[in-house]
Design a protein around this ligand. Structure first.
Ligand SMILES: [Zn+2]
Length: 241
């Protein structure tokens, strides 16, 4: 590519009068390109050497002839000399330094969730398969109390799979089964393999054990249907698919 440009310039130079309008700077560009000949092929270098005298004569004619150029000046205009800026004047205004970043607020770790509340209630997880979700439900309520309100120790409130569907004629996820003789939390085995997250259901039923009611301000008493379940419009019970 550089060779092509070189040849065109050489031809222009050889046409003599075509270069009357060339400025001294444009000629300097040409000379610079001629000096770049080592980068070109050996043939191009030879042409460049031969063109050198005609370039010089053409430059002289361009400076001496008053006639206008019969052909347009090469489309590549001379590169204007970039205006050298005067030495920078010291800025009168002083840009204020940006304010230092605000110190990070020290984040205090939450109260240790492992501690039991002084009035913790005992839970007996009857079905071992429920152990994980019961603990998860207890953990959900821990931030509300600041301590573990329930202790899974094999005594106290039974949490187990219970006959929820036959009792309610609906696949309700869980049920706080209260009778004068007992109080139990039932998890519906018909929904066990369907519902994706039981922790909120357990927290909800534990809330009933504490006396909380649907729709009061206690956590998880407004329970969004977990994955695999939906709110039954008729009585707002949450049932599994
Ligand atoms: Zn409920």
């Amino acid at each position: 590519m550089a060779g092509e440009i070189f040849d065109q310039d050489t031809v222009s130079v050889r046409q003599g009068g075509a270069l009357r309008k060339l400025s001294a700077r444009w000629c300097c560009v040409l000379v610079a390109m001629l000096l770049a000949a080592p980068l070109l092929s050996a043939k191009a270098v030879g042409e460049g050497g031969a063109a050198q005298p005609s370039l010089n004569s053409g430059l002289l004619k361009a400076a001496a002839s008053p006639f206008p150029s019969p052909r347009p000046v090469p489309s590549r205009p001379p590169t204007p000399l970039p205006a050298r800026p005067s030495p920078p004047v010291p800025r009168a205004t002083v840009t204020p330094a940006p304010p230092p970043p605000a110190p990070l607020t020290a984040v205090q770790p939450p109260a240790a969730p492992s501690g039991f509340c002084a009035d913790a209630l005992s839970i007996h997880v009857v079905d071992a398969a429920l152990m994980g979700v019961v603990q998860a439900g207890v953990d959900l309520l821990t931030p509300y109390f600041g301590c573990q309100r329930f202790r899974i120790d094999g005594t106290g409130l039974p949490v187990k799979f219970g006959p929820v569907t036959p009792l309610l004629n609906a696949r309700v996820l869980g049920y706080a089964h209260s009778t004068p003789e007992s109080y139990e939390i039932w998890i519906n085995p018909d929904c066990w393999g369907v519902v994706g997250d039981w922790s909120g259901v357990v927290a909800h039923e534990l809330g009933h054990y504490l006396g909380w009611q649907h729709g009061d301000d206690h956590p998880y008493m407004w329970l969004a249907p977990p994955p695999g379940s939906y709110a039954q419009p008729s009585d707002l019970a949450i049932v599994c698919y």
